[in-house]
Design a protein around this ligand. Structure first.
Ligand code: AMP
Length: 192
C-alpha cells in the first residue's frame, strides 16, 4: 500500500476524533478537517442554512449527505490531493461511496481509522465536554442516546465497508490522550 496520507477517523461521539485528528494530521503533514466544527461555524454564522443545521445537530441527527459533501469540498477543495485527515466524514456508507465514485471531486481515503471505546466511556467523556465546551448536544442524555443510536445504525456499517476494502485499522481509544495518540501513530505507521 502507498503511504496512507488520506485518512478518515471513524468512532462514536466522544471517541477522541477531535483530539486525535490534529495529532495525526501534524504527524502526517496533511490538513485536518472536522465536519462537526465546520457545521458549528455555519450555525454560528446565523444564516438560514445555519439555523436548519443547528436544529439537526441539536436533535442528534445527521445533516443530509448532499449538503455534507458540499461542506467538505468547500473547506478542502483542491488541497485534498495532497492528503487529509477527516474527522467526522464520512459518517454514512452513502458518503463513503460518494468519495469512491468516478469523478469524485475528493479522492477517496487510503485508510479508515476506527477509534474504539465502550459506551460507558462515551457517557463519561461527553459529560465532561458538555461542561468544558458548552456543547448543547453533549448535555442532554436523550440527545446523546440518539447520537449513539445514529452511530450504530448509520456510521458503524462503515467499518465493514472499509474492512472489505482492506482499509480499516482499529485502535483502542480508551485511556489518556497521549497513550491513545501513541497507539494511533504506531498503527498508522504500520500501513505506510
Ligand atoms: P461531531 O462534532 O463530529 O460530533 O458532529 C456534530 C454533529 O454534526 C453531528 O451529531 C451531526 O449532526 C453533524 N455532522 C458532523 N459530521 C457529519 C456528517 N459527515 N454527516 C452528517 N452529519 C454530520
Amino acid at each position: 500500500m502507498l503511504a496512507p496520507v488520506r485518512l478518515v477517523l471513524v468512532g462514536p461521539p466522544g471517541s477522541g476524533k477531535g483530539t486525535q485528528g490534529p495529532v495525526l494530521a501534524a504527524h502526517l503533514g496533511v490538513p485536518h478537517l472536522s465536519t462537526g466544527d465546520l457545521l458549528r461555524q455555519r450555525v454560528e454564522a446565523g444564516t438560514d442554512l445555519g439555523r436548519r443545521v443547528g436544529e439537526v445537530i441539536d436533535r442528534g441527527d445527521l445533516v443530509p449527505d448532499d449538503l455534507m459533501i458540499d461542506v467538505v469540498i468547500d473547506a478542502l477543495g483542491g488541497a485534498a490531493e495532497g492528503g487529509y485527515v477527516l474527522d467526522g466524514f464520512p459518517r454514512t456508507v452513502a458518503q463513503a461511496e460518494m468519495l469512491e465514485k468516478d469523478g469524485s471531486p475528493l479522492p477517496a481515503p487510503d485508510l479508515a481509522v476506527h477509534l474504539d471505546i465502550p459506551d460507558e466511556v462515551v457517557h463519561r467523556r461527553l459529560a465532561g465536554r458538555a461542561i468544558e465546551e458548552g456543547r448543547r448536544d453533549d448535555a442532554d442524555p436523550d440527545v446523546i442516546e440518539r447520537r449513539l443510536q445514529v452511530y450504530r445504525e448509520e456510521t458503524e456499517p462503515l467499518l465493514a465497508h472499509y474492512r472489505d476494502r482492506d482499509a480499516l485499522v482499529t485502535v483502542d481509544g480508551d485511556g489518556p490522550p497521549e497513550e491513545v495518540s501513541a497507539r494511533l501513530l504506531a498503527a498508522v505507521d504500520r500501513f505506510r
